[in-house]
Every structure is written in C-alpha cells, then in structure tokens.
Design a protein around this ligand. Structure first.
Ligand SMILES: [Zn+2]
Length: 321
C-alpha cells in the first residue's frame, strides 16, 4: 500500500502551512544557503508546491516520477485507517503491432566438410515442394561459377516472390579447397566431377580428370550425394565454365535445357564432346533419374554471365515437372 512521503524530520515539528511558507521562501531566496544549514546526511528535499492549509498533500516524488500512477485518495469512514490510499489502476499497455509469422528467408546448412576441413555450405531458400539444387565451383579454377550462384542467392533474397511454391538449395562452392588453391581438383587431386557412382571408371585420361581411387571416395562427393538424397530435387543445375553450352542428360533434362535456352540463348547438347565417366550429370540423369543441366559459362566476367543467365535460372527454378 502506497503512503504519502512524510516530511523530513526538520519539518515535522512545524505546522504544514509553515512548511509550505518556508519552502516557498527557500525557492525564492535560493536553496544553496539553506542547504548549507542542513547536515550532509539529510536527504535532499525537493521544493514542495504551495498547498493550502487543510488540503490533502500529494506525494510529490510519486506524482513526478509517474503521473499516471498518482494515487487516488479515497474518502474513508470515520475510524478507518485514514492513510490508506488506493492507487489508480494503470491502464494496460497498448498491444504491440502483430507481425505475421513468416518462415526465415534463408537457412544455412553445412552438409559436409572438404578434405582440408572447410565446411561445405548450402543455402536453403523457400519451403515449397518444387525443389531445385544449384551448384557452383565443382572445379576450383572456375571461380566465376561461385560468383554467379552468389548473385542468384542475393537476387532471390531481394525477390522473395520468386520463392513461391519453391525450395532452392544453393551451393556456391562444392570444392572450397580447390578454390583456395586455385586448381580444378580437390585437395586429394581428384576431379569431383569424375568421382560419382553410376558411371565411375578408374581409368585416368589426364591427371586433371583423376576420378579418385573409387567412386564417391571424396568427402565433397559424399556431401553432395547426401544433400541430393535429403532434398530430393526435381532439377539440378551445375554451373561450370568455359565451354558456353548447356549439356543435358535424359529427356527431362532436355526439356529443362530448352526452357533455359529461351532466355540465355546458349547452345544445348547431350554430348559435350568427350567422355565424362563419374560425372554429376550421369549420376543425376541416370542413377537418380532427375533433370540435370551442366551449364557451361563462356569466358566472360561473372557479371555478364549472371546477366545472361538470370532469367534462365529463374525459369529453371519455376518449372515444375
Ligand atoms: Zn568445370
């Protein structure tokens, strides 16, 4: 129960009108002089507003600190506790503006680690059932491919309407060790795009195409396989360079290639001109039976490649088989 502040001891002996008069005088003549007469231990007294004798005193500290909480003095019956004061109920706080709950736009996922222990990062956007996975930098010397995937990521975040009904998994850097060492192969010297099961062969045509000691021997390959198993995409786009073409494997892939071609005008082919045993294209198209495009960028800046392929990639994302 709140009680009004009692006057300090110095003032208790005087009638209230004298206290009021004295306070008024202090206000006019200056507090400093009076303050000097009060011992240091005396609490500081704020100037009290003039109150007519007999009028109920308003507890100044309370009213100034929180005017809304000024206690209301309730008339009491004779014989009751005259000091009881019932506080005015504080109005309830205004409800905060309700923000509709939305799914986070992007979620990061580590789906494995490279030979050197670098995290393999995927960015998952959207929650729809039309699932697309887009890979960059399978080969560490194709830095522009990682950049195009990053630009796509930024675009999708700025245009969330493109995510309607879709889930998009972006992996800018399948081969982070190769990127760090500026080489095609991973830190074991294996070409990750020759390391997938289904069409893997031990034969080494050239060292830069080394397939590894066995199918899926590399942690990066294993991570990609687990990612595909988890999200079960209907479409995969794997971005490479510098051959300026779209390589497709299987009928669905051909359909997807023609859809994308309407926008990027790239040539399309089901034969890139040399055998690619153990490639991701063969694994997705023949083993998993899902559409896959190997998008080979030409030799140009990542900015130009992004401009040329933005609509093609968005069309691939939006297409539902
Ligand atoms: Zn490549």
């Amino acid at each position: 129960m709140l009680r009004p502040n009692k006057p300090p001891p110095l003032f208790r002996a005087f009638p209230s009108f004298l206290v009021a008069t004295c306070s008024f005088t202090i206000g006019v003549c200056g507090v400093a002089k009076v303050g000097m007469a009060i011992p240091d231990t005396t609490p500081t007294v704020a100037p009290t507003p003039f109150t007519a004798p007999g009028a109920p005193a308003v507890p100044d500290a309370v009213s100034k600190a929180n005017p809304a909480a000024t206690p209301e003095i309730v008339p009491t019956e004779p014989g009751s506790d005259a000091e009881e004061i019932t506080p005015t109920p504080t109005p309830p706080p205004k409800p905060l503006k309700v923000i509709p709950k939305v799914a986070p736009l992007e979620r990061q996922e580590i789906f494995g680690h490279s030979v050197k222990g670098r995290p393999l990062l995927a960015y998952v956007l959207g929650e729809g059932t039309n699932v697309t996975v887009i890979f960059g930098a399978f080969h560490g010397n194709e830095t522009n491919t990682a950049s195009v995937v990053e630009r796509l990521r930024e675009y999708l975040k700025q245009h969330p309407e493109t995510l309607a009904g879709c889930r998009i998994i972006l992996v800018p850097k399948v081969n982070p060790d190769g990127l760090a060492m500026q080489q095609r192969v991973n830190a074991h010297g294996v070409d990750l795009n020759r390391n997938f099961p289904g069409s893997w062969q031990p034969r080494v045509r050239r060292m830069r195409y080394s397939p590894g000691p066995r199918a899926a021997s590399e942690p990066e390959t294993q991570g990609v396989m687990q990612l595909l198993k988890k999200y079960k995409p209907g479409k995969v786009v794997s971005i490479h360079s510098p051959f300026h073409t779209m390589n497709w494997t299987g009928e669905r892939s051909r359909t997807l290639a023609f859809i994308m071609q309407q926008y990027n005008k790239y040539p399309t082919t089901d034969n890139i001109g040399y055998p690619t045993p153990g490639s991701l294209g063969n694994y997705c198209g023949r083993v998993l039976q899902i559409a896959i495009i190997t998008l080979e960028l030409p030799i140009e800046s990542a900015s130009l490649s992004w401009q040329a392929n933005r609509e093609a990639l968005l069309a691939a994302i939006a297409h539902r088989f």
